[in-house]
Design a protein around this ligand. Structure first.
Ligand code: NAD
Length: 491
C-alpha cells in the first residue's frame, strides 16, 4: 500500500513573477480513485494571467540575451532538481492523476531527459548561410519569439507539460503555463516548485491554475493577449481546433498536439506472442488514456483466433482498482465525466451488436480492460477517440483493407505494424496516414529528441529535438552587403 502517497501537497499559490500568489477563489482537485479531495487549487482569473504575461515580458530581454550555455546550465539544473524530487512527482501522479505507480516512475524518469535534451538545443546551430546573387553575407537566422503560452493536459502531466515548455525556454522564450484542471499540481505547480528551486530568474516561468469554469476566459487571454507570440497546446482535438483557429485569427504561431484513433496492424507472419504482449501494453497502459493508445487492433484473418487466445489470456490478468495498491495496473479514469463517456461508448457498441470478449464492467470511475469484437462503422467507438481501457479488434483479409481501416478516421497520430517482413512494413508505412509509424512495436512510443506529432486532426507542428525550434523560434533573413549590389543608374 502507498498510503504516504495519498498525502496532499502544500499548495503555495500560483507562481507569478517569481512569487507564490493566491487567487480570489479556489477549486477542488480530486483523487479519481475515490473522488476524495486531493488539494484546493487557486482558480486564476484573466487578471492573474495578465500579470503573468507582463512578468514574462519583463523577463524576456535578459533571458533571451543570456549566454546560451548559461541557459543550458539552468535547464540541466532543472533536470537535477527534478530528479531529486522524483518520488514527490510519482506520489502526485498516482494520487492526483489516477495513474499506476509504474507509469509515474516512467514519467518521472522521462521528464529529466526532456530538460537535458532541451539543454542540448542551446548548442544547436541557430542559422544557415545562404548563397547570395550579390555576394552578400546572407543568413537564415532563428530568433526567440517572446512570451509563449503553454496549455497542457492531464494524462501525462509530467511529460506533456515539460515537453510543452522546455524547448521554448531553451530557445530563449519566457513562459506562462496553464496546466489541466485535473492535474494542476503534478502538471503545473509542482514544476513551479522545481524551477524555483533550480533558481530560474523571476518571470521566466509562470504558472496560472484555473478551474474548467474559468478556462474559457483565461484561455482566450493566453492566446489573444498581444504580448503572447505563440501557443503550445496538447489536449483534445475539439479544444485544439478552437485554439488553433484563434491563433490563426491573431496570426500567431501554434503547435497543437491532439487526439488519436490509432491502429495496430498484425500481419499473417507476425510473432504472435510478441504481438499479444505489445497489444496489451498499447491498449491498456494508463487505462488507454494516452493519445497514442492502441484503439483498434487489425488482425489478419488467418491468425485471428490464435492472436485472440494469446491476447485475451494476457489482458485478463490486469488488475483494476485504487492506485494506492501498486498491483492495480489499471487505475481509475481521470474523472467521472470521462468514466461515463467511456461507458457510453461501450454501451453504444454493445447496443448495436458488438461482442464483449473481455471486461465490460464499470463502477465509480473505473472501467475494466475491455475487448470488443464484431464492431462496425455504425458504432461511435469506430470513429471516436475512446481514451479509456477499451480496444476493438477487427479481422482483415488484405493489406489494402488494413490500410483503408487504419485511414478511416479523422485522426492521424501513430500506426503500428507487426510482421517479420520489414520491407513490406516499410512500404505499408508509406500508405498509412499518420505522423508516426512503429514497426514491430505497439503505438505508444516517444523520445525527447524525435519529431513527435500527428497529421490530419491529430495536430499541427512537432515537439522534440531540433524540430521544436520550428515551433518556438522565428526564422529571419538577414543580409550583409559588401558592395556587390548594384542599382540601375537612373537611381
Ligand atoms: P482538453 O482539450 O480537455 O484539455 C487540454 C487543456 O486545454 C487543459 O489544460 C484544459 O484546461 C485546456 N482547455 C480546455 N478548454 C480550453 C479553452 N477554451 N481555452 C484554452 N484552454 C482550454 O484535453 P484533456 O482532456 O486534458 O486531454 C485529453 C486529450 O488530449 C485527448 O484527446 C488526447 O488524445 C489528447 N492528447 C494528445 C497528445 C498528443 O501529443 N497528440 C498527448 C496527450 C493527450
Amino acid at each position: 500500500m502507498l498510503d504516504a502517497m495519498n498525502a496532499s501537497p502544500t499548495i503555495k499559490g500560483m507562481y507569478i513573477d517569481g512569487s507564490w500568489v493566491p487567487a480570489a477563489r479556489t477549486f477542488e482537485d480530486l483523487n479519481p480513485s475515490d473522488n476524495s479531495l486531493y488539494a484546493r487549487i487557486p482558480d486564476g482569473s484573466v487578471e492573474d494571467v495578465r500579470r503573468a504575461i507582463k512578468a514574462a515580458k519583463a523577463a524576456f530581454p535578459a533571458w533571451s540575451n543570456m549566454r546560451f550555455h548559461d541557459r543550458a546550465h539552468y535547464l540541466l539544473k532543472i533536470a537535477d532538481v527534478w530528479e531529486s524530487r522524483k518520488d514527490d512527482f510519482v506520489a502526485a501522479a498516482v494520487a492526483e492523476g489516477g495513474g499506476w505507480f509504474g507509469k509515474g516512475v516512467f514519467e518521472a524518469g522521462y521528464v529529466a531527459e526532456v530538460f537535458r535534451s532541451a539543454a542540448a538545443l542551446c548548442y544547436q546551430n541557430i542559422g544557415e548561410i545562404l548563397p547570395s546573387e550579390h555576394g552578400k553575407f546572407s543568413m537564415a537566422t532563428r530568433w526567440p519569439l517572446g512570451v509563449v503560452s503553454v496549455i497542457s493536459p492531464w494524462n501525462m502531466p509530467g511529460i506533456l507539460t515539460s515537453r510543452g515548455f522546455a524547448a521554448a525556454l531553451a530557445a530563449g522564450n519566457t513562459v506562462v503555463l496553464k496546466p489541466s484542471e485535473d492535474t494542476p499540481y503534478s502538471g503545473g505547480l509542482f514544476f513551479a516548485e522545481v524551477l524555483e528551486q533550480a533558481g530560474i530568474p523571476k518571470g521566466v516561468f509562470n504558472v496560472v491554475t484555473c478551474s474548467r469554469e474559468s478556462v474559457g476566459a483565461v484561455g482566450d487571454e493566453m492566446i489573444g493577449n498581444p504580448t503572447v507570440k505563440a501557443v503550445s497546446f496538447t489536449g483534445s482535438t475539439a479544444v485544439g481546433r478552437h485554439i488553433a483557429a484563434k491563433c490563426g485569427a491573431y496570426l500567431k504561431k501554434a503547435c497543437v498536439e491532439l487526439g488519436g484513433k490509432d491502429s495496430m496492424i498484425i500481419l499473417e507472419d507476425a510473432d504472435l506472442d510478441h504481438a499479444a504482449k505489445a497489444a496489451n501494453f498499447g491498449s491498456f497502459m494508463h487505462q488507454g488514456q494516452i493519445c497514442m493508445s492502441t484503439e483498434k487492433i487489425l488482425v489478419h484473418e488467418s491468425i485471428y483466433d490464435e492472436f485472440m487466445r494469446k491476447f485475451l489470456a494476457r489482458a485478463k490478468k490486469l488488475k483494476t482498482g485504487h492506485t494506492n495498491d501498486k498491483d492495480n495496473v489499471i487505475g481509475p479514469l481521470v474523472n467521472t465525466r470521462q468514466a461515463l463517456r467511456v461507458k457510453a461508448l461501450i454501451d453504444d457498441a454493445v447496443g448495436k451488436g458488438a461482442t464483449v470478449e473481455l471486461g465490460g464492467n464499470a463502477w465509480d470511475n473505473f472501467v475494466e480492460p475491455t475487448v470488443l469484437t464484431n464492431v462496425n462503422s455504425q458504432m461511435n467507438i469506430w470513429h471516436d477517440e475512446t481514451f479509456g481501457p477499451v480496444v476493438i479488434v477487427v479481422p482483415f483479409r488484405t493489406e489494402e483493407e488494413a490500410i483503408a481501416i487504419n485511414n478511416d478516421t479523422e485522426y492521424g497520430l501513430t500506426a503500428a505494424i507487426m510482421t517479420r517482413d520489414e520491407a513490406r512494413a516499410l512500404r505499408m508505412a508509406g500508405d498509412l496516414e499518420t505522423g508516426m509509424c512503429h514497426i514491430n512495436c505497439q503505438n505508444i512510443n516517444d523520445e525527447p529528441h524525435v519529431p513527435f506529432g500527428g497529421v490530419k486532426a491529430s495536430g499541427v507542428g512537432r515537439y522534440g529535438g531540433r524540430w521544436s525550434l520550428d515551433a518556438f523560434t522565428e526564422l529571419r533573413w538577414i543580409t550583409l552587403d559588401r558592395g556587390g549590389r548594384h542599382f540601375p543608374p537612373v537611381f
